[in-house]
Design a protein around this ligand. Structure first.
Ligand code: XUL
Length: 469
C-alpha cells in the first residue's frame, strides 16, 4: 500500500509517497515558493509589507504549488499506485472564501476540467491576502479577548490569546473590513483549504490544527460558540466542521487530479497542522519522547499524557492526531535567522554546522537573533542582542553564541512541558552536528535524528495509511 503525504509549509510544498508495508519513503519531490513560483512574490513564504508585523501570503501560491508538485510527482513515481492521501499545512494561516467557493470546488468534478487550480479558484477569495503564522499584528484583538475571557480562554482552548492564532486574525479582519467579512462564507486553515481542493468539497478542520485558532474547546473538541460569537459576527456558521477522530472521512480525490496519474475517488483524509503531522511522522505521538523541529519556525513538542497549560502563557496545547493532546512551543526566529547569521558571518555550512563548535569551548556567551519580532518570549525585531561585544567577536563565537542563545531560550520556555531523556530532532537544520550537540548538552538528553527529514509529510502519509487500515 502506498499513501501520499502533502506538506504545505511556509517556504515550500512537499509531496512524499510512503510505502506503508516497508515503512519507508518511495518518492519525494518539492517546490520552493520563492525560487520556483516567483510570480507570487512570496520569497520567504510571505508578501513584502511596510508593516513588519504583518505577514500575509497570496493563497493562489499554494494552489499553483500544488499543481506543480503533483506534476513533479507524476514524473518521479507511478502515481496510479497511490491508495490514499493525507497531509498538513503551516499552522494558523487562514483563507477567506466567498459564495463562489462551492461551485469552484465542484468544477473539479466536472466533465470539462479547469486548466489549472489558480484558474479554477479565480474569484473565490473574499480576502486576497491570507495572514500566516508569522503575523504579529493583532495585539489589540488579543487584549480584547483577554479582557473578555481572562484565564478561561487558555483553559478552554489550550492557549491564551496569541497574535498569530486564527481567531484574533479573523477578529482583526472582520473589524477592519466588515463588508469583506460579510462576503466571507467560509474560513479555512491552510491545511483544510488544500484538503478541500483535493477532495473538491469542504474538508473539516482537524483538532491538531484547529486548536491553533483560539476557538476550539479542547474538552469537548467542538467550536466554542461563546468565543466564536465574541470573535466575529456570524463566525460559527463560517467555520468548517471539526474532523472526527482517527481521520475517518468520506472525502475522496476529485477527478481533476487524474491528470497527475492519481486515481480519482481514492480517500483523502483531513489534513492537520505541520507540527501535529511531525509528531506522528517522528513516531513521538505516544508520550515519552519530545521533538525539536528546526525549520522556518523552531518548535518543541510532545504528546501530552494529561491536559495542562503553560503557566507562563507562551506554550500551547493542540489535539494530537493519534488521540488526546500535544504540547507545543514555537520560536519565530528559526532557520531564516540562522541563515541571516551565516550570511552576516560569510561562512559555509561546514563552518556553521560543525567547525565553529569545535573552536569555541562551552561558556556563557549568548546572542539572540531578533530579526523578526519574536513570539516566545515576545520581543520586538531589534536584530542581534548579545551578552558580550558581538562586533568584536570572531566568526565562530558569533555562530555558536546564536545557537546557544536559541537552544537555551527553548529550554527555558519548555520546562512546563516536562523533562525528557530522548529528543528527536527533525527539519533542515537537524543536519548540523553542532546544533544537535548543543540540544543534547542544554537539555541533558539523548538526541536522535531521523532517516527522513520530512517528518511532517511522512506524518500526513501515515495518517492516510491508518485511515485505510
Ligand atoms: C506553530 C507555528 C509554526 C507554524 C509553521 O504554532 O506557528 O510552527 O506551524 O511551521
Amino acid at each position: 500500500m502506498y499513501t501520499l503525504g502533502i506538506d504545505s509549509s511556509t517556504q515550500s510544498v512537499k509531496a512524499l509517497v510512503w510505502d506503508a508495508a516497508a515503512g519507508k519513503v518511495a518518492a519525494s519531490v518539492s517546490v520552493n515558493f520563492g525560487k520556483e513560483l516567483p510570480e507570487f512574490k512570496c520569497k520567504d513564504g510571505f508578501l513584502p509589507n511596510d508593516d513588519a508585523l504583518v505577514k500575509e501570503a497570496d493563497p493562489r501560491l499554494w494552489l499553483a504549488a500544488l499543481d506543480k508538485v503533483l506534476l513533479k510527482l507524476k514524473d518521479a513515481f507511478d502515481t496510479s499506485k497511490i491508495d490514499a492521501i493525507g497531509g498538513d499545512g503551516q499552522q494558523h494561516g487562514s483563507v477567506y472564501l466567498n459564495s463562489a467557493w462551492p461551485s469552484a470546488l465542484s468544477s473539479l468534478s466536472a466533465a470539462q476540467s479547469p486548466s489549472c487550480l489558480v484558474d479554477a479558484f479565480a474569484g473565490v477569495f473574499a480576502r486576497e491576502r491570507a495572514p500566516i503564522w508569522m503575523d504579529s499584528s493583532t495585539t489589540a484583538e488579543c487584549r480584547d479577548l483577554d479582557a473578555r475571557f481572562g484565564k478561561s480562554l487558555q483553559e478552554r482552548t489550550g492557549s491564551p490569546a496569541i497574535e498569530r492564532f486564527t481567531g484574533p486574525q479573523i477578529m482583526k479582519f472582520a473589524r477592519r473590513n466588515p463588508e469583506l467579512w460579510a462576503k466571507t462564507e467560509k474560513v479555512h486553515l491552510v491545511s483544510s483549504f488544500l484538503c478541500s481542493v483535493l477532495a473538491g468539497a469542504d474538508a473539516p478542520i482537524d483538532t491538531g490544527d484547529g486548536a491553533g485558532m483560539n476557538l476550539l474547546n479542547l474538552a469537548e473538541m467542538k467550536w466554542d460558540a461563546e468565543i466564536c460569537d465574541f470573535t466575529a459576527p456570524g463566525l460559527l456558521a463560517k467555520l468548517p466542521a471539526v474532523a472526527l477522530p482517527g481521520g475517518k472521512t468520506s472525502l475522496a480525490l476529485a477527478p481533476y487530479f487524474a491528470k497527475y496519474g492519481l486515481r480519482a475517488g481514492i480517500p483523502v483524509v483531513p489534513f492537520t497542522g505541520d507540527n501535529p503531522a511531525s509528531l506522528v511522522g517522528t513516531g513521538a505521538d505516544k508520550p515519552g519522547i519530545a521533538v525539536v523541529s528546526l525549520g522556518t519556525s523552531d518548535t518543541f513538542f510532545a504528546a501530552m499524557p494529561q491536559f495542562k497549560t503553560d503557566p507562563n502563557g507562551y506554550g500551547h496545547v493542540f489535539g494530537n492526531p493519534s488521540g488526546g493532546c500535544m504540547s507545543l512551543a514555537c520560536f519565530k526566529n528559526g532557520s531564516l535567522a540562522r541563515e541571516k547569521v551565516r550570511s552576516l558571518v560569510g561562512c559555509d555550512y561546514k563552518f556553521f554546522d560543525e567547525t565553529s563548535f569545535e573552536k569555541v569551548p562551552m561558556d556563557d556567551r549568548r546572542a539572540f537573533p531578533y530579526f523578526e519580532s519574536e513570539i516566545t518570549p515576545i520581543h520586538p525585531a531589534t536584530g542581534i542582542e548579545a551578552n558580550f561585544d558581538w562586533n568584536a567577536a570572531d566568526d565562530a563565537v558569533k555562530v555558536v553564541s546564536v545557537i546557544r542563545g536559541q537552544i537555551g531560550n527553548m529550554f527555558e520556555r519548555t520546562r512546563w512541558i516536562g523533562k525528557f531523556d530522548t529528543i528527536r530532532v527533525t527539519g533542515g537544520a537537524s543536519r548540523s552536528k553542532g546544533i544537535r550537540d548543543t540540544i543534547a548538552a542544554v537539555f541533558g538528553a539523548k538526541v536522535e535524528t531521523l532517516d527522513v527529514p520530512d517528518s511532517a509529510a511522512v506524518g500526513g502519509a501515515i495518517l492516510a495509511a491508518r485511515a485505510l487500515a
